[in-house]
Design a protein around this ligand. Sequence first.
Ligand code: GLU
Length: 485
Amino acid sequence: MSEVRVRYAPSPTGPQHIGGARSALFNFLYARATGGKFVLRIEDTDLERSSRESEENILAALRWLGITWDEGVQVGGPYGPYRQTERLDTYRRHTQRLLEMGAAYYCYCSEEELAAEREELISRGETPRYLGKCRNLTAEQVREYEAQGRKPVVRFRVPDNQEVKIHDLVRGEVSFDSNLIGDFVIVKSDGIPTYNFAVVVDDTTMEITHVLRGEEHLSNTPRQVLIYQALNLPLPEFGHISLILGKDRSKMSKRHGSVSVAHYREQGYLPEGIVNFIALLGWAPPGEEEFFGMEELIGAFSLARVAKNPAVFDMDKLNYISSHYIKEAEPSRLAELAVPHLQQAGFLKGTPDAAGFEWLSVMMAAIQEYLAYVGQVVEYARFFYGEEVMLQGSDAREVLQGDQVPAVIELFLKKLDEAVELTPETVKGILKSVGKELKLGGKQVFMPLRVALTGETQGPELYNLIPLLGKRTAAKRVQSAMKQL
Ligand code: GLU
């Protein structure tokens, strides 16, 4: 078999969304798993909606996820250029061929005429489609239209009465009736090709062997197949990956939370977590294991395990997968990601210096087991920042009213003051000895200290918290808490 060549071909009309990232990932994995090539092509023929900003957003999102391409924009390659607006000559050549063969023709119908035809068909309960008014124009009709200043489009002549069969790698046999398709536009009146045409020319000239893309493109595929056939070109393999649905089973959209990769990046999800999560959107791992790094995915991925039924985007699952990677991450990496969140929430002013960064890394180590994504740091930051605490609720107050509390606090502060060094280990020793000397059970010691140090009855481990607070802040917090009784 010849070398596998796959591609991801985004239209740069908005930020990279999760669904597209999944298509990119599956293509990337397939290329890596088969030793093939992964091509990145930009489909920017929608001039009004395409922008360089979106293109950059898409490429940055892919790179962030660790999805790299062998050929394409930014990296070049033997089949370039890889941006459709830079390939207009190539499309023109193919258009010319189709026109000469009679497989395509100029159409001069105006917007109004097309709209009227559409309405007429809809009112008769038929599929709206172009009925072929300009299929067989005489030279004289053409002259007349030209004289009126009409600018033609080029339409593909869809053969009548043909069953267009697609052998889909994911969905099996799918067939379409050509009579329901209608001659479609392949080149707009401004000379720009439409998606269905440009995609065929590109996939052919770039020697793409497998077209793996979202199910939303399945209805375009018969049009593309007909163009391949007209040009007598070999078909690539097609595989349409299921839609991604929200938890309510409707198509994933903004309503279900954000769909852009950048959003998750900004929230402080790690790329490994996102890649693992989107890999499971439509691909079923062979065993029980659900955590896969990129290398493991490359080893385990196969098209045979890409499911036909829709994938459901489950936020809880995302957070579950993500928290696994947060737990495993280096605290200093998490600290770096936490800085903008802490700045925005007002806990940090400016950029921390080396000591501040070291402190922050220790703090992240203390809380990383609780986080699904780094942005959640702001929900824990109050435990670590500030010299005052506020008693939260009657439970907290009650804890501090225990008879043993004044003695616990006094002895704790004394030992804290005497400590040579505060580390989780030395703090564990202090807490233990307070209990031992006062003959109190663990809870009798920990609870009042926890409340006195944080104002709350729950929070991070005291032995992690106290070294981060330091002697002075810990003492100040205790005093401020006791004053509120
Ligand atoms: N430009 C199309 C899109 O962004 C790609 C379709 C395809 O992969 O053929 O949806």
